[in-house]
Write a protein that binds this ligand. Structure first.
Ligand code: CA
Length: 671
């Protein structure tokens, strides 16, 4: 989703003006009875097939049973019975109706609403209009009961690779057969025409620990019945939260196929030591009155203004109401379902600040009970004002009120490469002075540090994180210009070698900073999006990664590979407490008004149990060479002039005056 940090800054500044509470229109919803049992909507067991729909204000509810996922008349219609006090309606048949489809139809305010698969359909027909009754045990790949993602001791150990299924595999040069499908990541041994590894082999070669897949639940915008039309969408338009998207399966008409193929993808990634993080968008739905939420319990799941219209903190027409019990339970139980049934290793919450901190704390703590390695993070902002009070929002600024939840740091994002709202704006890594302190905020993962002056921060004015595990650092993601496009726009008169150098420097800052590093797929091969920033519905010709790049920019790839290897081998870059950072990360005194675009710091005292006694990181974002005085000693050269080699093959130095090339990083290590 588009980042709207500016809007949030404005909102916070507005203070009490923004602090409208829940509207009177919404007040009645608080009194609804709630129900969060795992038998919501559909259960198949020895006694038959059972439905239970939560719809407190319905006047009548029907279940309609069909032979097909679309078309045809119901083969049976059941009248549901109202439960006396928990807001649910139930119906049963004694048979196990595997292979059949169903919808609910609710009579509300004297009118029959359109049919809906409900909000808890775990399998659906084509385009998600009907729930499907399938045997989930039959969708499990071989060995599924023993399947497990990588163990994560600290979230700063994770290296996130954000990818869209089509970006990674659609280009003719991917060498992948199942292009744009979940199965693309099950194909091992795939190569580009130049013989470079692609797909899952590429991910292993690069050394990331987790893929973060863009929305992969069933979304609305792609017509699954017309896939030859080749439509592309990021998928931030949720339809069925608990079933996979059909267009990523090889057969969207068969509801079991998408389930089985998504599990197959996850199993293959897990077998290769890679975790799977899913992008989740509980903050809004694609439709308003026509959404599954609205068709089951009209009004309830959303926030409204006083006049009853949908409030719109998502910028997409509505916002959901996690502060209401049934919605909070829905979010919590939905992510738990994905963790249980699909073995998902993490969740990235879109526009997380539309949710309240209490909900996010429940999400993290209940997921932790299923698997302590599950990583939860999100966008700590909204895209517009909300009736939810700012102090309750899961904002970046409130991250310390949450446990085991991390937020994206926009500090590094905007300071390193230039602001996202202005394509030509430069950043620290591309020669713009005055951003040194904001970069330092990123380096210390927005924790309190005696040498960082937050009053000079561009995006943040106080150390909002009390632990580096609360911070995800990045320089770019699917939103906005890709790093490559940003560098091309902001360095138009410079040769490509300078842009490549700046990309390396920018990513060095991300990978050496405290917190969790996050990168956008393909930037390791200098992928671009042809200058399109909001490419959410643009064709594959804009979005797909051209794998010939891996040959053309092999040097770039090798550098990124060096960054992942360095980070994984050296815990000093992955400290776990703010105290450790304050004690062991020491900046060298540089007057940035006299010597701009130069930052130098040490990680000392075998930080976090590192084998290296001291690591020196020097960052030169200027368009000219800059020098630093390195204390005398026996230093191993880890990175210099656009090369990186954690094994020390770049040689050694005894210190003294060291000069850095324009737009480059130097990393030295003392054993
Ligand atoms: Ca869909």
């Amino acid at each position: 989703m588009k980042f709207k940090t500016m809007a949030i800054a404005t909102l916070l500044a507005m203070g009490s003006m923004a602090a409208s509470a829940q509207s009177n229109f919404d007040a009645k919803f608080k009194n609804y009875p709630t129900y969060s049992g795992s038998d919501l909507e559909l259960t198949v067991n020895d006694t038959g097939t059972h439905w239970r729909l939560w719809s407190p204000e319905a006047q009548e509810v029907l279940v309609k049973i069909y032979n097909n996922g679309k078309g045809g008349n119901p083969i049976e219609t059941l009248q549901m019975q109202r439960h006396p006090d928990n807001g649910t309606w139930t119906a049963s048949v004694p048979e196990q109706l595997y292979g059949k489809f169903y919808t609910f139809q609710v009579k509300y305010d004297g009118k029959w609403l359109n049919e809906t698969p409900g909000v808890w359909a775990k399998a659906v027909g084509v385009n998600g209009k009907r729930g499907a009754i399938i045997d989930f045990a039959a969708t499990n790949p071989e060995g599924w009961s023993e399947d497990k993602g990588p163990q994560v001791d600290n979230f700063s150990d994770v290296i996130v690779y954000e990818m869209h299924h089509r970006d990674l595999s659609m280009h003719p040069t991917s060498g992948i057969t199942n292009k744009g499908k979940f199965l693309a990541l099950t194909e091992e041994g795939t190569k580009s025409p130049q013989g470079q590894s692609t797909g899952i082999d590429h991910l292993k070669e690069l050394g990331i620990t987790h893929v973060h897949i863009l929305p992969s639940y069933d979304y609305n915008s792609v017509d699954e019945a017309n896939l030859q039309e080749n439509v592309y969408n990021w998928g931030y338009d949720p339809q069925n939260y608990n079933a996979p998207e059909g267009s990523y399966s090889t057969n969207p008409e068969n509801p079991a196929v998408r389930v089985a193929e998504m599990k197959e993808m996850i199993k293959t990634l897990h077998d290769n030591g890679i975790g799977v993080i899913m992008d989740v968008v509980y903050n809004h739905t694609a439709e308003n009155d026509g959404s599954n939420f609205s068709l089951t319990a009209p009004g309830y799941y959303y926030r409204h203004r006083e006049d009853g219209s949908y409030s719109d903190a998502s910028g997409c027409g509505n916002e959901t109401a996690s502060d209401l019990q049934q919605m909070q339970d829905f979010i919590v139980n939905s992510v738990k379902y994905w963790a249980d049934e699909y073995h998902i290793d993490g969740f990235r919450f879109d526009l997380m600040a539309i949710h309240d901190t209490e909900t996010m704390n429940r999400v993290a703590s209940e997921l932790k009970e299923i698997n302590p390695s599950i990583f939860v993070y999100g966008e700590g902002w909204t895209a517009g004002d909300s009736p939810l009070l700012p102090e309750r929002r899961a904002l970046k600024e409130n991250v310390s009120k949450m446990e085991n939840v991390a937020v994206f740091s926009d500090d590094l994002r905007d300071a390193v490469k230039g602001h996202y709202t202005d394509a030509s704006d430069r950043g620290f890594a591309t020669g713009k002075p005055g951003l040194e302190e904001t970069v330092k905020i990123g380096i210390v993962a927005a924790t309190a540090h005696p040498q960082v002056d937050y009053s000079k921060g561009n995006n943040s004015k106080f150390p909002y994180a009390t632990s580096p595990e609360m911070i995800v650092n990045y320089v770019s993601c699917h939103d906005d210009l890709s790093l490559t496009d940003k560098l091309k726009h902001s360095m138009p008169d410079e040769p490509e070698e300078n842009q490549l150098a700046a990309a390396k420097l920018a990513q060095t800052i991300i990978f050496t900073s405290q917190g969790t590093p996050f990168m956008f797929a393909g930037e390791e091969v200098f992928r671009n999006k042809k200058g399109v920033h909001n490419s959410y519905n643009r064709p594959d010709s804009i979005n797909a990664i051209d794998w010939t790049n891996k040959n053309t920019y092999r040097d770039q790839f090798d550098y990124y590979k060096g960054l992942t290897a360095l980070r994984k081998a050296h815990p000093a870059f992955r400290m776990t407490t703010a105290e450790d950072i304050a004690n062991n990360l020491v900046f060298d005194e540089i007057d940035s008004t006299e010597t701009p675009n130069l930052i130098s710091y040490s990680l000392k005292n075998h930080s976090n149990g590192d084998a290296w006694e001291e690591i020196k990181v020097v960052l030169n974002g200027a368009s000219y060479p800059q020098s630093v005085d390195i204390q005398k000693g026996n230093w191993k050269i880890v990175a210099l002039d656009g090369k990186i080699a954690p094994d020390g093959s770049l040689g050694a130095t005894t210190g003294g005056k060291m000069t850095l090339a324009p737009y480059s990083a130097m990393i030295l290590a003392k054993e």
